[in-house]
Design a protein around this ligand. Structure first.
Ligand SMILES: [Fe+2]
Length: 184
């Protein structure tokens, strides 16, 4: 067994989750995935197989931006955001990178069997559900990626979706394009 992940040190944002049960669940999901992962140094976990930038600062920036958006919504519009949902989902949405990828030769990143068999974030959602993480959060984990068949239905999920993609512009490059489509 590997040394347990010091999640409070890696992601101090977990301390901002008010609900104690939810905080413990977030920690348990990360720990289970960490133990199942072939990565041995968390700091070297990349954002993705395609994006070599380290995952940790990406994840922390996504949560910081999501909280800043929540602040602005509340301050200017009085729109309340569930911060426990926002932080927990922001912390868990990419947790299955630990088992979807594995370190390969010469610092390269390879897909694991889980990464090849299941869409990104499916496995984190599955583990989160098993640990009793509420549906509202599991929904965001599953829909947070453009690869998902669905778009997040909550404001918390939509905030995370957009700030995640914004952060990729900063760390990797602009992949956005305008699509014309007919909607109701
Ligand atoms: Fe992701």
């Amino acid at each position: 067994m590997k040394r347990p992940l010091d999640i409070e040190r890696i992601f101090p944002e977990i301390g901002q989750i008010q609900n104690e049960t939810l905080r413990a669940q977030v920690k348990a999901v990360w720990e289970e995935l960490w133990q199942a992962s072939e990565w041995t140094d968390f700091e070297t976990l990349p954002t993705s197989g395609e994006i070599p930038y380290p995952h940790k600062p990406h994840n922390r920036a996504v949560i910081a931006m999501a909280l800043a958006v929540a602040d602005a919504f509340e301050r200017f519009h009085g729109v309340r955001i569930d911060r426990d949902v926002l932080i927990a989902a922001g912390l868990l949405q990419d947790a299955s990178k630990l088992v979807e990828t594995r370190p390969a030769e010469d610092g390269a990143v390879a897909s694991s069997d889980i990464g090849r068999r299941y869409p990104h974030a499916f496995w984190a959602t599955h583990v989160a559900l098993r640990h009793g993480v509420p549906d509202a959060i599991c929904h965001i984990i599953l829909t947070h990626t453009p690869q998902s068949a669905r778009f997040p239905d909550s404001l918390e999920g939509k905030i995370l979706y957009y700030v995640d993609q914004l952060d990729v512009l900063a760390i990797y490059g602009d992949r956005w394009r305008k699509e014309l489509m007919i909607t109701k």
